[in-house]
Design a protein around this ligand. Structure first.
Ligand SMILES: *[C@@H]1O[C@H](CO)[C@@H](O)[C@H](O)[C@H]1NC(C)=O
Ligand SMILES: *[C@@H]1O[C@H](CO)[C@@H](O)[C@H](O)[C@H]1NC(C)=O
Ligand SMILES: *[C@@H]1O[C@H](CO)[C@@H](O)[C@H](O)[C@H]1NC(C)=O
Ligand SMILES: *[C@@H]1O[C@H](CO)[C@@H](O)[C@H](O)[C@H]1NC(C)=O
Ligand SMILES: *[C@@H]1O[C@H](CO)[C@@H](O)[C@H](O)[C@H]1NC(C)=O
Ligand SMILES: *[C@@H]1O[C@H](CO)[C@@H](O)[C@H](O)[C@H]1NC(C)=O
Length: 467
């Protein structure tokens, strides 16, 4: 027994010597971190960056654990910021969407048998941390099943802050690193709410989380202005009749969480009788051909205050992408390589959790007050909008942001990528707004080159290119 302990200590000693010598200036690579290292994912092409994934327990009593996947920057990761990406829903996975079809380094092929590289991955210039939040999303789990029926904005923000604090203990080289929070859709709530939590944490604690800024796309922001902007988009894009538009405006109280029956039936009429079989997340794209009638999950499922659930008829360059994710991430060999699902979660991995979505406990009416706090704190704030999304459309975002009454610093202008208009932008004091022309709800999926330009400009803190 004694001999064995000595041996173990000796091994630990040798191990630490080795890793300390291989470590960076900011601190050593610890063994907890090493346990999270991904050697390679099944079917993965060779890459030069490092990847880690695993669980961080976030609740005091230790029932909830959040799953993350870190793909480090391709060049010189130690000098690059940490960018946390969140998807919305609520209830949708940032591994299904952000990592696997938007900004991450890999895409999944149609058979779910292998991965290929995304030429426009955001890890060209940043360390990307995909967080599945809250518990119940993807591989993130809770051992107390009642949690799935009581989670909302508040718990999501609290647990996500706890995640970052504990994750940085595991990855000390990221302490004091510049941090940016990013995301889309319902993460329009998560991102500002988490930013506010971090700002509050930084006022009382050390070491600080070095939060520099946030960026959100097609972001749920304010009930009233989002709903008004959404029906206005439907009308201005000829998806609904003048009559339905007028009736929606006169019948629905867009401030309410729950629509009246009259309002609800107008929404149903618009969607069932007037929209037709379109992809609401990209109104000009071909819908996915779902044989077998399988209803796919949705990235932006609707809260009670929103129109009734939309069947996600997903589209884009490849209209069925999250189906491939559901094949791939349910593979036992993939889960093993990711250090995921070690506790045998009693249901399959899905791109979105309907249970969480349907039982969402609390939702902010508006996050605009948090924008005011973030602006006052000097955070860099960028809000972008794919302009062919009808779910959280550009008009919704413009109506919402207009409430901030920000002075214009650089007036509206077209921005360019490869000599083409990528979209339009206006720089305000405290906030940059940009559209992405022809992009649907998931901007980096539909317009990967433009999205990378947007991200690079955001990171460098410079306005989008004028030519
Ligand atoms: C959940 O329960 C499993 C099985 O008892 C345990 O191994 C795991 O550590 C628990 N997770 C958390 C976060 O408490
Ligand atoms: C997916 O990858 C597998 C293995 O590399 C390959 O055999 C298959 O042809 C690929 N399928 C598609 C549709 O790309
Ligand atoms: C849709 O899928 C079914 C079954 O795979 C196929 O028979 C049909 O031709 C497809 N339709 C289109 C429009 O691609
Ligand atoms: C869970 O995933 C497995 C393997 O991908 C699949 O065979 C099974 O049908 C799925 N179960 C449910 C309930 O969807
Ligand atoms: C976890 O693993 C079990 C098998 O051990 C599987 O049935 C289940 O679908 C998996 N769940 C998730 C969320 O990956
Ligand atoms: C559920 O929402 C209410 C407010 O609507 C809030 O007071 C309560 O703390 C929330 N529960 C949890 C677990 O966050």
């Amino acid at each position: 027994m004694a001999k064995r302990e000595i041996y173990v200590h000796f091994m630990v000693f040798v191990f630490s010597v080795v890793i300390v010598s291989a470590s960076d200036q900011e601190g050593g690579v610890n063994s907890e971190e090493e346990a999270d290292r991904i050697s390679a994912l099944p079917g993965q092409p060779k890459v030069t960056f490092d990847q880690f994934s695993g669980y961080v327990t976030v609740s005091e009593l230790g029932e909830r654990a959040l799953f993350y996947w870190l793909t480090e920057a391709v060049h010189d990761p130690l000098s690059k910021p940490l960018v946390i990406w969140l998807n919305g829903g609520p209830g949708c996975s940032s591994i299904a969407y952000g990592a696997s079809e938007e900004i991450g380094p890999f895409r999944i092929n149609k058979t779910g048998s292998s991965l290929y590289l995304n030429k426009f991955s955001w890890n060209a210039n940043a360390n990307l941390l995909f967080l599945e939040a809250p518990a119940g999303v993807g591989f993130s789990y809770t051992n107390r099943s009642s949690d799935l029926f009581s989670t909302g904005d508040q718990r999501t923000a609290k647990d996500s802050l706890e995640f970052i604090k504990r994750w940085m203990e595991r990855f000390p080289r990221y302490k004091r690193r510049e941090v940016y929070l990013t995301g889309e859709s319902y993460a329009g709530h998560y991102v500002p709410q988490l930013a506010r939590k971090i700002m509050a944490h930084n006022r009382i604690a050390k070491p600080n989380i070095n939060l520099k800024g946030i960026m959100v796309g097609n972001a749920v922001t304010d009930n009233y202005y989002d709903n008004l902007g959404t029906v206005t988009y439907w009308w201005s894009h000829a998806m609904i009749s003048d009559r339905t538009y007028k009736k929606l405006l006169s019948t629905c109280d867009f401030r309410q969480q729950k629509n009246s029956d009259n309002c609800e039936s107008l929404y149903s009429y618009a969607m069932d009788q007037e929209f037709g079989n379109i992809d609401q997340y990209n109104i000009y794209a071909l819908p996915c051909n779902r044989s077998g009638g399988s209803r796919s999950s949705r990235q932006h499922m609707h809260l009670p205050h929103r129109p009734r659930p939309i069947i996600r008829q997903y589209s884009g360059y490849d209209p069925c992408t999250e189906k491939y994710a559901e094949i791939y991430y349910n593979r036992p060999d993939v889960q093993k390589a990711l250090h995921a699902n070690k506790t045998r979660i009693p249901y399959n991995w899905t791109a979105c959790s309907e249970t969480l979505n349907r039982n969402w406990n609390d939702t902010a009416i508006s996050v605009l007050p948090i924008y005011k706090e973030m602006i006052a704190a000097g955070l860099r704030i960028w809000v972008f909008s794919g302009d062919v999304d009808s779910v959280v459309p550009v008009t919704a975002t413009r109506y919402s942001l207009a409430q901030l009454n920000l002075p214009t610093k650089i007036p509206w202008y077209p921005w360019y990528v490869k000599k083409q208009v990528g979209g339009w932008t206006e720089v305000y004091t405290g906030l940059t707004f940009a559209t992405v022309r022809g992009a649907g709800h998931e901007v980096p999926l539909f317009k990967p080159r433009e999205a990378l330009q947007l991200f690079n400009s955001f990171l460098s803190g410079k306005p989008l290119p004028k030519s």
